[in-house]
Ligand binder design. Structure first.
Ligand SMILES: Nc1ncnc2c1ncn2[C@@H]1O[C@H](C[S@+](CC[C@H]([NH3+])C(=O)[O-])CC(=O)[O-])[C@@H](O)[C@H]1O
Ligand SMILES: O=C(O)C(=O)Cc1ccccc1
Length: 235
């Protein structure tokens, strides 16, 4: 279904409710530049580190498209676990897993309240940005503690620049991208307002600092388009 959520006047903050879930795959592919390529890279790098029966978590798995793709591309069994606290997203995820015949354990839980045991790899694409900063730092420490000795964390985030002029240019370039994807200025402005104080982006450096402060030995950017970045961290 095509995302028309912000065509009408919206009075509330952005939420992952039934309306958003019903158009979510279209919304992501039209709102996150190079979403598909970022997902392919996530899987390619994940497979560099994974072996049979390893446990993989996707935090904020939404409709489970990344884990489904990982399950399809791996030629050995993996223990795939998707966590999200939106029932609307998980009900779609569950239908997609059945349709593709991929075995994924879907858990309806808040990322802040759950544990990630025996993880070889944790993925979290475009989800940390919705966690409030203090909680975010705690969550990263929990992820670090849960990972096995040589564990890997791959995550993607909307980012900002610490240079105000450059930051404005990045936002303008992103809005041009959205217009090319068919969103009107009104839809863009409405979504921007709904995301205010809900989506809290860090700079690249803040993301790296958060990761290194948690104890990871290495963190770098794998992929970046203007203000959308994918990072890989090594325990
Ligand atoms: N505290 C929380 N606990 C659990 N889930 C949460 C929480 N906060 C937000 N979520 C969930 O995080 C997901 C973020 S979307 C991820 C896209 C996916 N990774 C993808 O690559 O397709 C990104 C976006 O919409 O920009 C939603 O499904 C929320 O319900
Ligand atoms: O920042 C924006 O304007 C976005 O649209 C990013 C985004 C993409 C998908 C869901 C929520 C936010």
């Amino acid at each position: 279904m095509v995302d028309k959520i912000f065509e009408k006047s919206i009075k509330k903050q952005f939420e992952f409710d039934e309306d958003v879930a019903s158009v979510f795959d279209d919304m992501l592919s039209r709102s996150i530049p190079f979403y598909k390529q970022m997902q392919e890279l996530t899987i390619e790098f994940a497979l560099n580190y994974l072996q049979k029966d390893d446990t993989v978590y996707d935090l904020g798995c939404s409709t489970a498209s990344t884990l489904i793709e990982l399950g399809k591309q791996s030629n050995f069994d993996l223990n795939l676990i998707g966590i999200d606290n939106s029932s609307a997203m998980l009900s779609r995820a569950s239908k997609k897993c059945k349709a593709f015949g991929i075995d994924i354990k879907l858990r309806n839980e808040d990322l802040l309240d759950t544990s990630y045991d025996n993880a070889k790899l944790v993925i979290s694409n475009y989800t940390l940005q919705f966690i409030r900063p203090l909680q975010r730092e705690k969550l990263i420490k929990k992820i670090y503690d849960s990972l096995k000795e040589d564990g890997i964390f791959i995550f993607s985030e909307k980012v900002i620049s610490s240079n105000k002029v450059l930051n404005k240019q990045c936002i303008d370039t992103y809005y041009d991208f959205k217009k090319k994807q068919g969103y009107s200025e009104y839809e863009i402005a409405q979504k921007r307002e709904a995301l205010e104080n809900v989506l809290i982006p860090y700079t690249d450096d803040e993301n790296k600092k958060m990761i290194l402060d948690a104890g990871f030995s290495h963190c770098e950017v794998l992929f970046k388009w203007v203000n959308f970045a994918t990072f890989i961290a090594i325990k």
